[in-house]
Design a protein around this ligand. Sequence first.
Ligand code: PEP
Ligand code: MN
Length: 352
Amino acid sequence: MIIQLTPHATAGQIDAVVQKAQTLGLHAKLVSRDHHRALVVGRVPPNAHTNTTLTDDLLRLPGVQTIKRASKPFKLASREAQPHDSVIRLPGGATIGGSNVSVIAGPCGVESLEQMLETAEGVKKAGAIVVRASLFKPRTSPYEFQGLGEEGLDLLREVKRKTGVLLETEVMHPDHVALVEPVVDLVRVGARNMQNFDLLRAVGQGRKPVILKRGLASTIKELLLAAEYILDAGNPDVILCERGIRTFETETRNTLDLNAVPVLKQLTHLPVIVDPSHGTGRPDLVLPMSRAAIACGADGLIIEVHRNPPEAKSDAAQQLTIPQFEALVRAVQPIAAAVGRTMPLPLKAIAP
Ligand code: PEP
Ligand code: MN
């Protein structure tokens, strides 16, 4: 059930509606207070009064405009709950969602302080607004590089202190959330953990925006329901990421499902970014698929960049060099402009 409040509903009236809905047995939640609009989404429990009595009781309250049934199972993520795009605000004024195309870049995994400093400076100069900094690596084989783990946190503190960049990192266990939050600006739930419900609840109770990657074999609806866990747990800042799905095709590592971008943009107000690195597994395809992603409406890109890809401890085959990444940012800017989006200019381009 979605309760739409009038544009002039006061804060007191809004709170009274939420409280009344809760007293009536609804699992009520205020979705948005901005733009002079506010909505309450409630799940109707089986033992609540009949729907008509509920609706009548709520409609009588001052500030209530309309009440309608939520037609989607992902109630909070749906555009029914919030028609306008969500914009995720990051420290220092950076945003993800809205009119910008935001680029996140960095290595597959954190390997050393020198590697991170060089990469962070390089991708920042090229126009990335957030640096990838994975410490916990979900690897198919237990014998492959598992990441620096908790011990890498001091290294990330140093990267932040020296470069001032925003950092994002993957969490694989609910305990990782509290561990990384003091150091990073966003957390990421990887494809393999998209339906790790304890982890989703943990990042939902966290304080940092969450990048939620689509599972290797997950439908768009399953991705949105995974996002719903995070929203329902209280964290409104979720960024969805299309990273390719498993198909019969073997020329590419995954099949980047760009259909998902416009479909998601129709269904949800959450920002949608694309990972062409894991989506293709091939550096030569990262640029064309980045262009395509922006052309079809993506709010951003997340790209793997290594100072020397052949030496990378994970995903050596797909990472771009720093100069390749700089060239990519320049090459996608005209596409962003052509579809009415803005992209922060790389520092080099605006230098005198
Ligand atoms: C990653 O982004 O580092 C990663 C492991 O990707 P995915 O979860 O999409 O496989
Ligand atoms: Mn990787």
